[in-house]
Design a protein around this ligand. Sequence first.
Ligand SMILES: NC(=O)C1=CN([C@@H]2O[C@H](COP(=O)(O)OP(=O)(O)OC[C@H]3O[C@@H](n4cnc5c(N)ncnc54)[C@H](OP(=O)(O)O)[C@@H]3O)[C@@H](O)[C@H]2O)[C@H](O)CC1
Ligand SMILES: [K+]
Length: 533
Amino acid sequence: MTSHRLPPELLSNSEMAEADRLTIASGVPGYALMENAGAAVALEASWLAPRHGRIVVLCGPGNNGGDGFVAARLLKARDFSVTLGLLVSIDALRGDAAAAARAWNGEITAIEALDLDAADLVIDALFGAGLARDLDGPARAAVDRLNAFSRERKKPVLAVDVPSGIDGTSGQVRGVAVWASKTITFFRRKPGHLLLPGRLHCNETIVADIGITSAVLDVVRPATQANEPEVWGGLYPVPRIDGHKYARGHALVLSGDLAHTGAARLAARGALRAGAGLVTIATPREALGAHAAALTAIMTAVCDGPEELAAILEDGRKNALVLGPGLGVGAATRALTLSALAPASRAKILDADALSSFKGDAFSLAQAIRGSGGPVVLTPHDGEFARLFGDLSADDERRWLKSDADPETLQKRLNGLRSVSKLERARAAAALAGAIVLLKGPDTVVAHPDGRAMIDDTSPPWLATAGSGDVLAGMIAGLCAQSMPPFEAASAAVWLHGAGARHFGPGLVAEDIPESLPAVLRALFQSFGLTFP
Ligand SMILES: NC(=O)C1=CN([C@@H]2O[C@H](COP(=O)(O)OP(=O)(O)OC[C@H]3O[C@@H](n4cnc5c(N)ncnc54)[C@H](OP(=O)(O)O)[C@@H]3O)[C@@H](O)[C@H]2O)[C@H](O)CC1
Ligand SMILES: [K+]
């Protein structure tokens, strides 16, 4: 049975293997899981192909291929014209896959001898969770042929579990990968269904129930989830009728000089629309007039350097701070950032130039973060991430390694910064910095130092526009100001940001994002069961 509401948990290949193992240990035979998987694939295929249409099934050497054999048998029994190609010799199949092949009552053709051209649908059952290295040789040739077929013939390709060549855990292409029109995975999605480029290769992903119960999740405890309101909705600071603006916090946004004031206003507007009770822009005196002329509900304060910032921050009611957008890269921003990280319980959101000003010296930033008390959220895009955490010099690495009693774990994290997986890079940075790391992009990852992570796949392409990151930083501050825990606040802000952009539609500019929030919030609160007068 396929389900259209996709559960948020995302399982890595090893977590999925654990779910599998627990299910089999509880008495469900592995072959029964394969039969269920194959049946779900066959059902989906029967909707994608015309009645009695021609279906080609490409089977690989492992259990992904086993699912293909089961699907082929069931489709043939439903009077589809099924041709099956196998990548290896039938003697190479083992275990459940060999059993599924024995139950197949049709011909088996060598993949290179297969005629794809007449197919109405191709099922890709070459490789799934067991993909262990880059595809080459005959496997690569099979994927190339399949991609040429779908490109030229415009016929659907249904991928079993993942498009072959995509690593389910990282979403990376291993050499080459199938471009599917639909992907059917089992029990839960994998990170690679949401991360790029995997998500693009999957096209639409659906989830089939194959008899693994959600009870196994209590043991597996997957660390990664899709960024959906059901994950953080319970912690969302819904305004209360008996609340007042002082209970909804006070966000402070630092402004750049006279030539760079817009970024702070975008962030401040994001904070205000996300529900902060009060919002103040702390600005260099020279830019006060520019802000005053452009602002109404947002307040201003003068801040010409780290000392003045420290004085402003003596007011503990200012409980969320955004620093970075429009500040400029260099020693002055570095000094402001260190001043902002003085010990205090407020949430600090460091973005853009606040991050780039620590280029090649993430260690110093991390030291300041660790001493700062309250939660810190770093919001780099890929370029800022690479500036901050990429190419650590041998000297830097030594400083990190000397800073902790457990050099082995530290080394693993330092290596993680260079991982091909965006998820692992964000996780490693979060653990090293002791901060929540929100690594932006079309597949934004939010990682907590404790290993939890969220992957967002809800942003439309037109959200990549100048200033949209400034608005996002402000929205995170707006939610933190209302005492939403920072990991959930960062995740919720990413989701609202995407939802705002979807609501507005193409042509969006950054200024439109905060203005789209009322409609998005109304729908969100309605989904929480709230009613409006
Ligand atoms: N998880 C579940 O509950 C269920 C999953 N099912 C399906 O099973 C696959 C996973 O099956 P598995 O056998 O572990 O792995 P694969 O079928 O993906 O592939 C393993 C074989 O592929 C060889 N391999 C790996 N990489 C390459 C490569 N680059 N080139 C060539 N060959 C490769 C590997 O060979 P080794 O030499 O590495 O040993 C294996 O022979 C899952 O995706 C689901 O579709 C069950 O059917 C239902 C339950
Ligand atoms: K596959």
